[in-house]
Design a protein. Structure first.
Length: 177
């Protein structure tokens, strides 16, 4: 059995100050208003397609770091049950066997009932890599033990995504009734 320290959760508050709390004492309402943990960077030759998506759910921009994350973000924004979307909402940290372990999930979704879902977006080919699988198992175990849902998302039916992408352009109340 691995020796672990108490897991901590760090997030950036609305004023961009960094807050760290024991994971078992975190409040979802603080995380739904959190700023993204990482700063988006754009540079020539970048391997990922990062950007900002205007979300009808949030009535503002939500960041993403890849086209796969954008696809999951589109589906979350189109889901009538989702009332809040936070990108890179926090960083989990702990020490396992004398070594630091960290993880920043891609999204935190809050549904109408107040249940939080933490989403990690990974390409199918990465999920089985040892380091990635261990990190997802560790983070998923902590998150589910906290009473939240944990989802690893790798894509969906292409036709569904094309339809949602098309309809997403008509979700701006200022443009359409």
């Amino acid at each position: 059995m691995a020796e672990c320290s108490e897991p901590k959760l760090s997030y950036r508050a609305e004023n961009n100050s960094e807050r760290t709390v024991p994971f078992d004492r975190v409040r979802v309402r603080d995380l739904t208003a959190a700023r993204p943990w990482r700063t988006l960077r754009w540079y020539r030759g970048q391997p990922h397609y990062a950007g900002m998506y205007w979300s009808a759910t949030m009535e503002g921009h939500v960041v993403y770091e890849s086209r796969l994350e954008l696809a999951r973000l589109l589906l979350a924004d189109f889901d009538a049950g989702v009332v809040s979307i936070a990108a890179q909402p926090f960083q989990l940290t702990t020490w396992v066997d004398g070594r630091p372990r960290r993880h920043v999930p891609d999204f935190l979704l809050l549904d109408r009932s107040g249940l939080a879902s933490v989403v990690d977006v990974k390409p199918v080919g990465l999920i089985t890599e040892s380091k990635v699988a261990k990190t997802l198992a560790w983070a998923g175990g902590l998150i589910e033990a906290h009473g939240w849902r944990f989802e690893v998302w790798s894509g969906c039916d292409g036709t569904l995504l094309k339809n949602v992408r098309f309809l997403a352009g008509y979700r701006r109340p200022s443009l359409f009734d």
